[in-house]
Design a protein around this ligand. Structure first.
Ligand SMILES: Cc1cc2nc3c(=O)[nH]c(=O)nc-3n(C[C@H](O)[C@H](O)[C@H](O)COP(=O)(O)OP(=O)(O)OC[C@H]3O[C@@H](n4cnc5c(N)ncnc54)[C@H](O)[C@@H]3O)c2cc1C
Length: 626
């Protein structure tokens, strides 16, 4: 059997789902091939989306017209805006999700996306039309799919090997087969590959947990959610559930320590590197040997299940050690496990072999996204999936490529870091990785990206119109604050609000700028402002919050914009991929080697390659000028 498509996406994890949806939305005839249709969008580890810096990525995906935000809102069982005590650049949305419903919500999206077919099967090899060009794939069932572009999003499945104590089980995820052959074929085409490792904790039966010995943590009950589309969160809101916190203790650590000899992380069984910021509990007790407790979170897995995820207790120690240790935590003294924690090793491909479009530099039409690029996390995978899917469609349809820059999106930072610096451990996003944090806030992703998404054909007209309406209202509120005069008579009210009195009349905007005051609070005493806000037709709180952030942080935003624009000039100076750096003897040897290997697309990218100094860039600019 042979089928013909424009784009093939291999794998329906977080990268594959966004890639397939995006490619099909752009008009490419797309087929998503995945091992198990009942695991579409499966959350391999904790049932939660977002968190610090990751939440911003989901907002960006949504603003561009991707689906992770809507799917998350539809399955959210607890929403929190993290870091609210800090400035808005640090605010990060996070949702606990119903794991089972997340899968079905994704299936509903994909099964109702025009131009998109789904095929349950395992891809066993690529078809190449030449040594430099991919032409499709062949599956285990013997079906041949021909396509102009192929997106590989195979996650942790390539030669996946799971570890629990000394037991090793081949597989891509617990209960699922690994994928063989693709790595070997790519290697034979000159693509570099290596191994990484990740892990997951035990899942518990909630009926056996003593919640009276745990501390309850409820979600926020306000207007925030992930999608900028107003209806998705409100329409299908699920019952909200609490999470719980508990702590390990010395007794727990003692038992864990006794199992270290059988720990694949410490007995040499696992050689590859795991995520530094998501360490296993055994790594925590070894690295922080003086700490007598570690915080753990009990997170519900859904509304119709008793299953709880024990966040912070990721482990690949033998099952008996894991269980014995957790029984020493008072709330878990009688806890029964549904599944143990385990670690998994898998293949990834050095992402410096990719362009910013996530297309391979060696093989035309072959795109890589997600865990296969050495990242970790659903959000990082989904962001890459969207970019790879969009570009696969643009490639197949003969249109110009699409990229995001570092001052436009965390997704831009993520991809630029990957293709410029590569990875030596699983890469996760942090706010500190972005140099323009004030520009890349969770509240303004629509301002940054929705128009782009709409012009691409990814964001719908409904989404674009909603953004235009929001933008107009933000501008009206800001204009009102800039023009409205506040007289000295307002001092009595300022006193009641514990704010310093005025010495002369001022514009309202200078009051909004005061940290202790806000627009809603002031509107209670200003009928004109209250009247204006009452006219906002929908998403009132969201729009007022956006206007207020624009006002309060205007100085910082402007300063960061200036710096970003200055640096962006280097991004405009393009470098040919066949540029002969070895002939530039004025450059250091290290710079010549790194530039020849990475083949940066612009001088801006060249300046971010580790080992290429500002002096090298100056020399490069002078030589290019000549
Ligand atoms: C045990 C474990 C623990 C983890 N712990 C963490 C953690 O603590 N923190 C964190 O941020 N992330 C963690 N992750 C990683 C997180 O799950 C991934 O980052 C994320 O799921 C990656 O998304 P993806 O789309 O790249 O791949 P995946 O979600 O892995 O999806 C891959 C998809 O490809 C399909 N597939 C694979 N090969 C083929 C083939 N040949 N043909 C057809 N289909 C194929 C699979 O069926 C699957 O649908 C963990 C993952 C695992 C497995």
């Amino acid at each position: 059997m042979t089928f013909k498509y424009d784009v093939i996406v291999i794998g329906a994890g977080h990268a594959g789902c966004e890639a397939a949806h995006a490619a099909a939305r752009l008009g490419a005839k797309t087929c998503l091939i995945t091992m198990d249709m009942n695991k579409i969008g499966q959350m391999s580890c904790n049932p939660a989306v977002g968190g610090i810096a990751k939440g911003q990525i989901v907002r960006e995906i949504d603003a561009l017209g991707g689906k992770m935000g809507e799917v998350t809102d539809a399955c959210s069982i607890q929403f929190r805006m993290l870091n609210c005590s800090k400035g808005p650049a640090m605010w990060s949305p996070r949702s606990q999700c119903d794991r089972g419903k997340f899968i079905w919500a994704w299936r509903k999206v994909l099964e109702n996306t025009p131009n998109l077919s789904i095929w349950q099967d395992t891809v066993k090899e690529f078809v190449f039309v030449s040594r430099e060009t991919v032409g499709g794939v062949v599956t285990r069932m013997g079906v041949r799919f021909e396509a102009n572009a192929v997106v590989l999003t195979a996650g942790t499945f390539l030669n996946g090997l799971m570890h629990i104590g000394r037991t090793m089980i081949p597989g891509g995820r617990v209960g699922e087969e690994a994928s063989y052959g693709l790595t070997e074929q790519l290697k034979s085409m000159g693509i570099e590959t290596a191994r990484m490792k990740t892990g997951t904790p035990v899942r518990l039966d909630g009926r056996t947990i003593d919640f009276s010995l745990a501390e309850r943590q409820d979600g926020d009950n306000d207007f925030h959610h992930f999608s900028y589309l107003p209806t998705s969160a409100e329409k299908e809101k699920l019952p909200q559930l609490p999470c719980w916190t508990i702590q390990t203790n010395e007794e727990v650590h003692e038992i864990l320590r006794s199992g270290l000899a059988d720990s694949p992380l410490y007995n040499g069984q696992i050689q590859s590197i795991g995520p530094r910021y998501c360490p296993s509990i055994e790594t925590k007790i070894v690295t922080f040997a003086d700490k007598d407790h570690h915080l753990l979170f009990l997170e519900p897995e859904g509304t119709d299940t008793q299953e709880y995820y024990l966040n912070g207790f990721s482990s690949s120690l033998p099952i008996d050690v894991q269980l014995e240790a957790l029984h020493k935590i008072p709330a878990l003294a009688n806890a029964r496990a549904y599944r143990p924690g385990y670690a998994i090793e898998y293949d990834f491909f050095d992402p410096t072999q990719l362009l910013h479009t996530l297309e391979s530099k060696k093989i035309h039409g072959l795109f890589f996204a997600g865990q296969v690029n050495g990242t970790t996390g659903y959000e990082e995978a989904a962001g890459q999936g969207l970019v790879a899917g969009v570009n696969a469609a643009l490639f197949a349809l003969g249109r110009e490529p699409f990229t995001l820059s570092r001052d436009e999106a965390y997704i831009g930072v993520l991809i630029d870091d990957l293709v410029t610096k590569g990875v030596d451990e699983p890469y996760r996003m942090f706010t500190s990785r972005a140099e323009y944090r004030i520009l890349l806030r969770q509240d303004d992703a629509d301002a940054r990206l929705t128009e782009k998404g709409y012009r691409l054909g990814l964001a719908t007209m409904e989404r674009y119109d909603l953004w235009l309406e929001k933008k107009a209202w933000i501008e009206r509120i800001i204009a009102f604050c800039e023009s409205f005069h506040v007289k000295l008579e307002f001092n009595s009210i300022l006193e009641s609000l514990h704010s310093a009195p005025l010495k002369e009349g001022v514009r309202l905007i200078s009051l909004v700028n005061r940290p202790e005051l806000n627009i809603l609070m002031l509107s209670e005493y200003m009928p004109e402002l209250k009247g204006l806000l009452a006219d906002v037709p929908s998403r009132r709180e969201e729009i007022i919050e956006a206007a207020e952030i624009e006002i309060k942080y205007a100085g910082y935003i402007e300063r960061e914009r200036l710096v970003a624009d200055k640096i962006a000039r280097l991004e405009d100076i393009r470098l040919r991929p066949d540029f002969d750096y070895d002939s530039l003897h004025q450059l250091t040897i290290e710079a010549r080697q790194k530039l020849s290997r990475i083949k940066p697309e612009t001088v801006g990218q060249a300046s971010r390659i580790p080992g290429v100094s500002p002096a090298d860039i100056n020399i490069l600019l002078v030589l290019l000028g000549r």
